[in-house]
Design a protein around this ligand. Structure first.
Ligand code: CA
Ligand code: CA
Length: 182
């Protein structure tokens, strides 16, 4: 009983201190806080979360370290509600480049699996923006015994693109980190 009274007195003392600091506005603080957060966030409370980086244009990009072959990477992106990344402009490429700045190679969604040499995004759209590294895409180069039908963005080289195998062979190629978007 004595303990309860003491706790009650301490709690009351705490309230008294807050009242002394905040005065009459104390009871408005919780609602005011919620309103302020919503205003800063600028989005409805049921907005789709972006557990990665949101481009100024609104696209969410997520880096998954993997490594995975391209088919596993696409499945991983679908599980996250998107697809392997589509990059539509230089702004988006800059956003993704920052995201992968310490990653050597990460799959994007572009591939020429259907028609060799004609790259498409996962939704079938043609590439209207590209940032190929000089000499790419090369499908592995002259004399290659494998195909390069998927595309990586190279963070350590400033965000240039290279076509690479979607899976081994050759050994050691075809498994990379990956970027999803939605
Ligand atoms: Ca190819
Ligand atoms: Ca290549």
């Amino acid at each position: 009983m004595v303990v309860r009274i003491l706790v009650g007195l301490l709690a009351f003392a705490g309230c008294g201190a807050e009242l002394a600091d905040d005065g009459q506005k104390q009871t408005l603080t919780p609602d005011a806080g919620l309103t302020r957060d919503a205003a800063i966030d600028g989005s409805p409370i049921d907005a789709r979360p972006c557990p990665g980086v949101k481009d100024p244009g609104g696209t969410c990009f997520i880096l998954v370290t993997g490594p995975a072959v391209a088919a596993e990477a696409e499945a991983g992106c679908i599980a996250r509600g998107g697809h392997l990344a589509t990059i539509k402009n230089a702004q988006e490429n800059a956003t993704v480049t920052a995201l992968v700045s310490t990653t050597a190679s990460a799959f994007l969604g572009a591939n020429d699996l259907v028609v060799e040499g004609t790259f498409r995004w996962p939704d079938g759209a043609p590439l209207t923006y590209t940032n190929w590294r000089s000499g790419e895409p090369n499908n592995g180069g002259t004399g290659a015994t494998y195909q390069e039908d998927c595309v990586v963005i190279q963070g350590l080289l400033g965000g240039v693109w290279d076509d690479r195998p979607c899976a081994p062979p050759p050994a050691g190629a075809g498994t990379y980190a990956y970027v999803c978007s939605y």
